[in-house]
Design a protein. Structure first.
Lengths: 387, 288
């Protein structure tokens, strides 16, 4: 098989009927992923299994490591070697990965971590749905950092949006979490994979100056430094210690201020370009639902049911969960008399919505603690209370 | 006062110029620490092995030894505690021509990172692991570690260490390493020759270097100066190439068995396997 033929296999253009886990694997390949380091865990294992079969076909590599800690470390290493890289896991594995997610944030290493959520804490509900890792994806590792977290609601989005996840990781140089859940991971839907040339791919920007002029952590206007990789001749200097523009460790408040402020600001100041939401029948709504992932599907169903009853309700669906769309929610709080938040946890984005709506409207969470998804009727009941 | 005129011969060049990051010198290592001279030996060995500097990457974990990577002017990666090996495997896989060297300490590689070490040896990952064993956690102030010998005093072993230490060459050997050697910081020539062999080897090679750490180990164990530790090594070292690694464990009063213990050929490496899997993957598509 020639190189061209291998490239053709990266994008399985056509119509498919597959699960979210298969879609996210195919989306990653279409995004250019060439290395997967992982460890089996329910309900994400099909992603690893699919990548184990598919990556060798397209001259990529799959390695099953001894644990999730090694898996995330390996994908950081592969990224510095120039490969787009990823891992996939669920809550317990994500817990083990957060330390090296912090390393990835500090060293500005592009990679993608798929978390197919199940019920927790601890071993929890291995085979059943949960949305309890939202805050962990924001705050999991110690220190200040601003993550990008994307949450699909359909199988098609599992494909489309994981490409965005890779693109963001390359553009802004950070590990991006792709926050799925067991329901999306395991349900089958139609997936349409476009032609390769229709898929927009972003690659990290590399330095072109002579090595002696290259400052690996000096950033331009977008606050994202150019990334030399191992073997480019730039003699990469990478450390998890606080560092200066040369990449040299510098243990001082001044260096910390510059370094950590920039790695946060590169996301904060670009958040308008990153945040993605879907608005459904919100224009005239006086009740808003806010949800994401699987829960947003039931929420949409309840909007349709309520509209038939003449209730003016709409849905704001978070596609990027982080950065959080504070400003949109602030505006929404001026418009509606009640915000209802169905989520499969005990109130994670609900509190974030309370914070960003500044007490201007009532915020009511509908919580399921894992193991089952909301029905549209359950949400409808809450909508009817508020009309 | 008699003014003595001394003529200094000033040289602005050092044989290792270009291989050290000059802006980072002086280093942070304590007086009497062997990490400076070990760094020199490692660079000498990289050059003597004829490796293309552009194709050399150095990966470290956390700790005193973990700081070596940052002084070397190769692609260098200072990662998290214990995780240098899996990072190095991922880095190495992206280019089979790249020589990836892991340099780290005993606590980093064998306590917090022990699981990664044994699995990397088992899968015969294409990396060279150099462990500087200083018998304690130096960076954090001298706590007992997985290589502390019974009876050794450290801040968290105020009554003496009681647990059996790891015998590192035997651990590496039993997990499948294709090259295993041990030297003391005093054996600079043998260490260099051995590192050249290890670096030239495909697969998982392991070299243990017994370092001198007067500040946090020696002071508490009647070896308060670096020189005293090296003298102890001089008096207690026995060179035994090919020794049965089961017999090279370290006890308080020695002897310290050094030498090349393992050097085997023919064991397929992780890279071999991965390239073979690509062949199988491509063949599976052709069949479809």
């Amino acid at each position: 098989m020639s190189k061209e033929e291998a490239e053709l296999l990266e994008v399985m253009t056509g119509k498919h009927f597959v699960t979210g886990n298969i879609a996210v694997a195919e989306g990653s390949l279409a995004a250019g992923c060439k290395f997967f380091g992982g460890y089996p865990i329910t309900p994400s294992s099909e992603i690893a299994e699919h990548m184990a079969r598919r990556l060798p076909q397209i001259n990529g590599h799959f390695v099953q490591f001894e644990d999730e800690i090694a898996s995330i470390a390996s994908i950081l290493g592969a990224s510095w070697g120039g490969s787009k890289s990823m891992t996939a896991t669920s809550g317990p594995g994500y817990s083990l990965m957060v330390e090296n997610i912090g390393l990835g944030m500090m060293t500005e290493t592009p990679c993608v971590i798929v978390n197919v959520q199940r019920g927790g804490p601890s071993t929890g509900l291995p085979t059943l749905v949960g949305q309890q890792d939202v805050m962990q994806t924001k705050w999991g590792s110690h220190g200040d950092y601003e993550p990008i977290v994307i949450s699909p609601s359909t199988v098609q989005e599992s494909f489309d949006l994981v490409i965005s996840a890779f693109n963001f990781s390359e553009q802004y140089r950070l590990p991006v979490t792709f926050l799925m859940d067991e329901t999306i991971g395991h349900m089958s839907e139609k997936l349409v994979i476009p032609a390769k040339e229709k898929i927009k791919i972003v690659n990290r920007k590399k330095p072109t100056v002579p090595p002696e002029e290259y400052l690996p952590y000096k950033a331009g206007k977008d606050l994202v430094p150019l990334m030399a990789i191992a073997g480019d001749g730039y003699r990469v200097m990478m450390t998890g210690l606080t560092h200066d523009e040369r990449g040299y460790p510098e243990i001082s408040a001044e260096a910390q201020e510059k370094n950590v402020r920039r790695i946060n600001d590169k996301i904060r100041k670009n958040k308008k370009k990153i945040i993605k939401t879907e608005e459904y029948k919100l224009d005239d709504a006086d009740i808003a639902l806010i949800s994401f992932g699987t829960s947003a599907r039931a929420a949409k169903g309840s909007v349709n049911r309520a509209r038939k009853k003449g209730i003016k309700v709409g849905l704001l669906r978070l596609i990027t969960v982080w950065p959080f769309p504070d400003e949109r929610i602030d505006l929404l709080a001026d418009q509606v008399k009640k915000i209802i938040v169905p989520e499969i946890n005990y109130g994670q984005i609900t509190r974030e919505i309370e914070r960003s709506s500044h007490g201007k409207t009532e915020v009511k969470g509908i919580f399921k603690l894992g193991g089952a998804i909301h029905t549209p009727e359950e949400i409808l009941k809450e909508i009817e209370k508020g009309k | 006062m008699v003014e003595e005129k001394i003529e200094l011969i000033e040289s602005h060049e050092h044989p290792l110029d270009g291989y050290l990051r000059k802006g980072r010198i002086p280093h942070i290592f304590c007086p009497g620490c062997s990490l400076g001279s070990i760094t020199t030996v490692i660079v000498d060995a990289i050059l003597a092995a004829g490796l293309d500097p552009k194709k050399v990457a150095v990966v470290s974990g956390i700790g005193c030894t973990g700081r070596i990577s940052g002084y070397l002017n190769f692609d260098s990666f200072h990662t998290t505690h214990g995780r240098a090996i899996p990072f190095a495997i991922g880095l190495g896989i992206t280019d089979p021509e790249r020589k990836v060297i892991v340099i780290s300490g005993d606590g980093d590689l064998f306590a917090i990172g022990g699981n990664h070490f044994i699995h990397a040896a088992r899968r015969n990952a294409d990396i060279t692991v150099i462990c500087v064993n200083n018998f304690n956690y130096g960076m954090t102030g001298g706590q007992v570690g997985p290589t502390s010998y019974i009876g050794q005093f450290q801040t968290t072993a105020p009554y003496g260490a009681v647990e059996e230490p790891f015998n590192l060459p035997d651990l590496a050997t039993s997990c499948g390493a294709v090259y295993v050697a041990r030297w003391t910081a005093l054996d600079v020539r043998r260490m260099k020759d051995s590192l050249v062999e290890a670096l030239s080897k495909k697969g998982f090679s392991f070299v243990e270097v017994l370092g001198s750490c007067p500040t946090t180990y020696g002071r508490r164990n009647q070896l308060a100066e670096g020189k005293m530790i090296l003298e102890f090594y001089k008096d207690h070292t026995e060179l035994q190439h090919g020794a049965d690694t089961r017999e090279v464990g370290i006890e308080k009063d020695g002897p310290l068995i050094v030498g090349k213990f393992v050097d085997i050929e023919g064991r397929p490496t992780l890279t071999d396997h991965l390239l073979d899997l690509q062949k199988r993957g491509r063949a599976s598509v052709s069949k479809e």
